[in-house]
Design a protein around this ligand. Sequence first.
Ligand code: DX5
Ligand code: ZN
Length: 218
Amino acid sequence: RRSPCIHPSILNADFANLAREISRISTADAVHVDVMDNHFVPNLTLGLPVVESIRKTTDLPLDIHLMIEDPDIWAPQYAELGCESVTFHAEAAKAPVRLARELHAQQAQAAMALKPATGIEPYLDMLGELDMLLMMTVEPGFGGQAFLDLVLPKIRRARRAVDDLGGEIAIQVDGGINAETILRAADAGADTFVAGSAVYSAEDPDAAIADLRALLAR
Ligand code: DX5
Ligand code: ZN
């Protein structure tokens, strides 16, 4: 099993002061950046120009979560900017295998996300193309929503499938992760934890990250 990683989401950070906000999560394993296009999800955040600026302001790895239509066209452009990991949604990708290979060709890690009601079974045969599988534990679109326990059985199935392949593929959870829910996700098999409001609503985001790590180290 991979050692646990914390990827704070900047969705709930102050967008007018992103450089300063990112400097408050210096102990993170990566910065989770939520890209939304107002079509795949009913919300709009930021795109390539802002990610290009974020790239210049931090040495932390960038974990780009694309909640957009046409990731086949857009995802490789985030890889080209030097983002370490790019996640596209299974529900939006027209050719997920080809897209994963294109991301690898651009030296980025390839990840695929599933909304809470999307089954994992149709994708089991392509798991080996991925570096990470993202199980959404809320409906994508907004921060601050409640963790959906109904996703836990799917996380357990993903853990079994990943272990069958040697356990190298990360299993990320995103949505409603906080001190109260993180161990349920970890016990089901997640090893990479996105936390937005739990980190950025804290007075000291780095201290909030340390608190989550302490829970996982039990
Ligand atoms: C939701 C985003 C998440 C969001 C998580 O669609 O993908 O990354 O920022 O926020 P919290 O942790 O507040 O649920
Ligand atoms: Zn996200």
